[in-house]
Design a protein around this ligand. Sequence first.
Ligand SMILES: CC(C)(COP(=O)(O)OP(=O)(O)OC[C@H]1O[C@@H](n2cnc3c(N)ncnc32)[C@H](O)[C@@H]1OP(=O)(O)O)[C@@H](O)C(=O)NCCC(=O)NCCS
Length: 163
Amino acid sequence: MSLTDFIRKPVFEIFPLEAGDRMVAAALHKARFTRPWSDGELHALLAQDTVFGFVAWQVNALAGRPAGGFVLARAAAGEAEILTISVDARFERSGLGWRLMQAALREARMRGAEEMFLEVDEGNIAALRLYDRLGFAKVGERKAYYESAGGRSTALVMRRDLR
Ligand SMILES: CC(C)(COP(=O)(O)OP(=O)(O)OC[C@H]1O[C@@H](n2cnc3c(N)ncnc32)[C@H](O)[C@@H]1OP(=O)(O)O)[C@@H](O)C(=O)NCCC(=O)NCCS
């Protein structure tokens, strides 16, 4: 492999999301969601014992330590939920969403959760495909749940067994 190949292909590793990563997570969230979460909101969430997350750090960057995406989840009383997941558009479709979700599923299981829930806009094809491939299935819907430029859209509630 030549040096240019090495530079062209970013390599990421998944690490637990810490309170100190909240600014990075807020920037990743803001880039992908119309109602961004502030670093203060993320800090408050991460301060809760039941909340956990993971971040993908690029490990072969020439400068800095770019983040490719993060996931935030909660597990309590045998149930887990994905609070949000966001992958930098530059690194989409390179497996980061999959790896972040796998880390969240594993951690939820470790914390004793027997099932995991999430909500997704019915028009979000990328997320729906990802969740479908991960074994999530629709268990309900919330009409006119999300506000978007084109009006209000429906949220699908999805569930996956962790046992
Ligand atoms: C949804 C999201 C997290 C997916 O992350 P990603 O890193 O691009 O996904 P991956 O590369 O891990 O993809 C895993 C699988 O998901 C499916 N998938 C992901 N993006 C897809 C797309 N744009 N179209 C169709 N299928 C897609 C594919 O099955 C893919 O496997 P494949 O590439 O081998 O075919 C990312 O698009 C994102 O951050 N979107 C904006 C924020 C968002 O919508 N979050 C979810 C809110 S519920």
